[in-house]
Every structure is written in structure tokens, then in C-alpha cells.
Design a binder for this molecule. Structure first.
Ligand SMILES: [Zn+2]
Length: 174
């Protein structure tokens, strides 16, 4: 399942609690190293520094973590600075999405025909509406002006509640 998270959980690899003391970490690490390399029980430390990503280690059972990871886990967790950095990284929810950069969230799409047209010159029957309004559920009004329509604006915000709606309309031709 690796790859879904930015880095492995070193505590889980060593099988220790996140608040484990140094001695516990070393003990857990030694146990895993011995389990993976029963012939090298005298100098497990000599295996430190194995390049990461190596797959040369052959394990007898899949219950023993990759020795490279075990060494890496111990190296990080026994170094206060690296452990603190790892703890901070670990505490951050990796599934958190960055804020959507794609503008306002549109509550709904409304046809311009649903809007109420407002004509500036009421005496002129041929006058084009200079703006259209639609009552928002908050009581305020969405307003879209003729200028905005001609400019192709199709998302407007309510001044009352900050909701956005999309306005559907045909291209306004002169
Ligand atoms: Zn509103």
C-alpha cells in the first residue's frame, strides 16, 4: 500500500507507539533486524546506510518489514530533529485537499428568463432591460446588468449571503 502516503509510518514499521522512548525504538529495531538477518546478530549496525529503495533484501516471511525501511525508521526516530520533522509530517492529514482555486462555488444555474427585467426608460416599449434581478433565498437580490451580459459574465454573487449562481442565457446580439 506504499505510495498512497508521502512516507512510511516509521512507528508502525518498528511496531512501537508514537511516544516510544529511544530505548524502545532501538530495542524494536534490533529485534526486527535480528528477525530479518539471523546470521548477523552481532553487528546489525553495519547495515545502516543501505541505500533506500533497495530490493535486494530477501525476507523469509512478509511479516518482517523491509530491512531498509526498518533501518530508515530507526535512523529517523533516534534523531530528535528528524523525529520531530517526521512527527509534524505525520500529524498533517495527507488527504487534505488544497483550497479549490477554481473560483466561487456555484449553488445553481438559473435561466435569465427567470430573472425580472428592469427597463431604465419605462416609457420606451422597445427599450432593452438594463439589468435583471432575481430574489435570493436570503431576501437580497442577484443583479446582472446588460453590460455584464454583453461581456459574457455568467456567474453572479448575492450581496446578502455571498452565494453564487450561474446565469444561463443566449449570447446578447446587438
Ligand atoms: Zn442571498
Amino acid at each position: 500500500m506504499r505510495g498512497a502516503i508521502p512516507q512510511p509510518d516509521y512507528y508502525a514499521i518498528l511496531g512501537v507507539q508514537p511516544d516510544a522512548a529511544d530505548a524502545e525504538i532501538t530495542r524494536a529495531w534490533r529485534r526486527l533486524v535480528l528477525a530479518a538477518h539471523p546470521d548477523k546478530r552481532d553487528s546489525p549496525a553495519s547495515r545502516e546506510g543501505t541505500p533506500g529503495g533497495s530490493t535486494s533484501t530477501t525476507l523469509n516471511g512478509d511479516s518482517v518489514p523491509d530491512i531498509v525501511l526498518v533501518n530508515e525508521a530507526r535512523a529517523v526516530l533516534s534523531d530528535p530533529t528528524r523525529r520531530a520533522a517526521f512527527d509534524a509530517e505525520r500529524a498533517r492529514p495527507y488527504s487534505a485537499q488544497p483550497p479549490a482555486p477554481s473560483g466561487p462555488r456555484i449553488r445553481e444555474y438559473v435561466s435569465l428568463e427567470t430573472f425580472t427585467p428592469h427597463v431604465e426608460d419605462e416609457s420606451n416599449p422597445d427599450a432593452e432591460p438594463h439589468q435583471y434581478t432575481l430574489e435570493c433565498r436570503c431576501g437580497q437580490e442577484y443583479v446582472i446588468t446588460l453590460e455584464e451580459l454583453e461581456a459574457g459574465v455568467d456567474v453572479i454573487g448575492c450581496p446578502g449571503c455571498g452565494e453564487y449562481i450561474g446565469v444561463e442565457y443566449e449570447e446578447v446580439d446587438e
